[in-house]
Write a protein that binds this ligand. Structure first.
Ligand code: SAM
Length: 291
């Protein structure tokens, strides 16, 4: 539908009218290209009537794409100016959704820091689709997968390097804490690279789309927090062998060797080789052997 999405001129006009000065701290780079928005919406396979949560709707570029595809959107925005303006933008571009009181059908706007949101209005969302603010992309992603169990899949645009890390398999160069923790919840795939030229203002990094499908967490009697503590310890000292990296969690280097052996993991290995299932077995062995 031509006209439903925001282009470069509209983004600049809207920002000018609002007196908006995009800030780096909030990762405010707005998508000015309808093709990119449709690509995100397509790869999220949003179905009509589906409840989608969007973090950081900004000026509404992606929100309009999601609404155009028939989704019902709950949008969480930290910037009061942007949160306030969103329904008016939607009403102007998709007039069929406008209500008399200034709100819109199929749209809820929550003014909040996404990291502090513990509940969302309306039906539980089954997808998170967003162009995430750079500096909080990983915490937002992990927090939402943790707090909103209804989320079955996620399609987010993040810094290209973060996308690589999220999708990295054990043993690869970019495998690290975000890869292991994301794997607790979901399997991640980097789908495509997005040029910096589709944003205003133009950021100094490229972006990429990552798609995550929720899966069952590894079977273990350890809690997620215990497993994540092992992940953090293993990568805090990346160059160290596991038996040293896990010494304080296990109680002593000797205990660490015992625990690793019990978990079937080579004490001389390094964390970067282990899958989330291995971290889960180690956490369980720590809980079982440390008194
Ligand atoms: N979705 C829009 C688009 O694609 O053009 C804007 C994306 S922009 C990269 C990120 C947005 O997230 C900005 O609107 C910013 O104000 C918002 N934001 C930044 N930190 C946030 C946080 N902690 N919670 C919620 N929104 C946040």
């Amino acid at each position: 539908i031509p006209g439903a999405l925001l282009g470069p001129a509209e983004i600049r006009d809207l920002a000018g009218r609002l007196g908006l000065r995009p800030t780096k701290t909030l990762g405010q780079n707005f998508v000015i290209d309808g093709g990119t928005v449709r690509k995100i919406v397509r790869s999220a396979r949003v179905s009509p009537g589906e409840r989608v949560v969007e973090v950081g709707p900004g000026l509404g570029s992606l929100t309009l794409g999601l609404l155009e595809a028939g989704a019902s959107v709950v949008a969480v925005e930290i910037d009061p100016l942007l949160a306030r303006e969103l329904p008016a933008t939607v009403a102007a571009h998709l007039p069929g959704l406008a209500r008399e009181d200034g709100t819109c059908d199929r749209l809820d706007v929550v003014l909040a820091n996404a990291l502090n949101v513990t509940e969302l209005p309306g039906p539980p969302p089954t997808a998170l689709v967003a162009n995430l603010p750079y500096n909080v992309s990983v915490p937002v992603l992990l927090t939402f997968l943790e707090r909103f169990e209804s989320l079955e899949r996620v399609v987010v645009m993040v810094q290209a390097e973060v996308a690589d890390r999220l999708a990295a398999p054990p043993g690869s160069r970019t495998y690290g804490v975000p890869s292991a923790k994301a794997a607790w919840y979901a399997s991640a795939r980097r789908t495509s690279t997005v040029s910096r030229s589709v944003f205003w203002p133009v950021p100094n990094v490229d972006s990429a789309l990552v798609a995550l499908e929720r899966r069952e967490p590894p079977a273990t009697t350890a809690s997620r927090q215990e497993v994540f503590a092992v992940v953090d310890a293993a990568f805090a000292q990346r160059r160290k062998m596991l038996r040293s990296a896990l010494a304080s969690l296990a109680g002593s280097p000797e205990r660490a060797v015992q625990v690793l052996t019990a978990a079937g993991v080579d004490p001389q290995a390094r964390g970067e080789r282990l899958a989330i299932e291995d971290f889960a077995r180690i956490a369980q062995a720590i809980a079982e052997t440390v008194d």
